[in-house]
Design a protein around this ligand. Structure first.
Ligand code: SF4
Length: 152
């Protein structure tokens, strides 16, 4: 829902704190998650992520979450699924070229990044192209493994 998505960007600062806190907690219990087995946990984590991130961010569950770097705006809501900045068609009022009733995802991303603070250090992180094979898997568990330097 666009209204909730915009609300989340307007509240990006504290939402990112919550997000980082959750990541820290999950990273801390990595040995337990590993012992339980990622394959076994993935579908449960994914279901929770889909519910929470779907409601708050209109997340498309790509499995490679960039919310922390994109001002708590999910770039997969861009009709062209651009992950590294806007296309050349942003309208003069800041709305999307393809969906004129929607604020361009990258306009909201920039606003959210400014609210978080020091936007240049986050939004300028180059995001890899989306890997469709990861759609429908837990981005949170992937982030935990990445923090521990564990390959996919
Ligand atoms: S205007 Fe923004 S949201 Fe719309 S297609 Fe271009 S980059 Fe994506």
């Amino acid at each position: 829902m666009k209204a909730v998505r915009y609300w989340s960007v307007n509240n990006a600062r504290w939402l990112r704190w919550v997000y980082k806190g959750l990541e820290t907690c999950l990273t801390t219990i990595y040995p337990l998650l590993k012992w339980l087995g990622y394959q076994r946990l993935d579908s449960g984590f994914f279901a929770v992520e889909k519910l929470v991130k779907g409601f708050l961010f209109d997340s498309k569950s790509c499995g490679q979450c960039t919310l922390g770097e994109t001002g708590m705006a999910c770039p997969m809501n861009c009709p062209k699924t651009l992950r590294n900045g806007p296309c050349g068609g942003v309208r003069a009022n800041g709305n999307c070229e393809v969906d004129p009733d929607m604020v361009c995802v990258w306009v909201t991303s920039w606003e959210g990044s400014k609210r978080i603070g020091n936007p240049e250090s986050t939004i300028q992180v180059i995001q890899a192209p989306v890997d469709v094979r990861l759609k429908g898997t837990s981005a949170w568990l992937r982030a935990v493994r990445k923090n521990w330097g564990v390959d996919e």
